[in-house]
Design a protein around this ligand. Structure first.
Ligand SMILES: [Ca+2]
Ligand SMILES: [Ca+2]
Length: 228
């Protein structure tokens, strides 16, 4: 006979792998098994009543099973939680796992998935096409890139203006030409591009390329990626 004649321990909720590794899905183990002699764990607490119910609250962006009824089983088969959209523009996706035993003891576990941020600015390449135009290619299409948001020229001298904003995410590549109206004169200008992540978060990481084409020196200044 054990000392406490009632179930006073809420169910255990375990998650693997370790959430600190930012897994995109986890396996959840829930049981209502406790021991009186931890860490040896040979003397089971006989008063545990088993799992009554597992349910999910405060869910943002996680796929969960429906409410699970345990029918007072000591443990239930493992189930999976997974992130709906790992590329979503957000900082966290979370769900609270609640487990209640048949005596009414409830415990909860909060699992959050930190999205992997888009830390890379767009790639901007410009090259000279003939004497009167410059071909520009902007891309933001690596694994965690969310695509381009806003591309525009600035400080244009003898250079056409370009300005475009993507309505939605998903513009991964934009190619366009810039004109030099007066072929016999020098041109100076710059192209600025920011990706969707950079435009919607406080993390600004635009790409910027400045160039000058001098008539007496037809070299264009080499483009550089700046400011991450
Ligand atoms: Ca219990
Ligand atoms: Ca990017």
């Amino acid at each position: 006979m054990q000392g406490i004649a009632t179930d006073s321990f809420c169910p255990n909720i375990g998650v693997s792998p370790d959430p600190k590794t930012s897994p995109t899905s986890v396996t959840v183990l829930v049981d209502d098994i406790h021991f009186n002699d931890a860490p040896l764990n040979t003397d089971t607490n006989i008063w545990d009543t088993g799992i009554d119910k597992i349910w999910f609250t405060n869910n943002t962006g996680i796929i969960t099973p429906d409410t699970i009824l345990g029918k007072c089983a000591k443990f239930i088969p493992p189930f999976t939680l997974s992130v709906i959209d790992t590329l979503k523009i957000d900082t966290l996706s979370c769900v609270t796992i609640n487990a209640r035993d048949c005596h009414g003891n409830t415990c909860s576990y909060l699992w959050c998935y930190p999205y992997i941020i888009d830390s890379l600015p767009p790639i901007l390449v410009a090259h000279y096409v003939g004497r009167d135009s410059i071909a520009v290619e902007v891309s933001d299409a690596r694994i965690y890139d969310r695509g381009l948001q806003h591309i525009h020229t600035l400080s244009e001298i003898n250079l056409s203006v370009f300005d475009t904003t993507a309505k939605d995410a998903g513009l991964y590549l934009k190619q366009f030409g810039l004109q030099r109206p007066k072929v016999g004169e020098s041109s100076i200008g710059a192209v600025h591009a920011v990706d969707v992540w950079g435009a919607q978060t406080l993390l600004q990481h635009p790409a910027f390329v400045g160039f000058a084409e001098w008539v007496q020196d037809v070299e264009m200044k080499k483009g550089v990626r700046l400011k991450q």
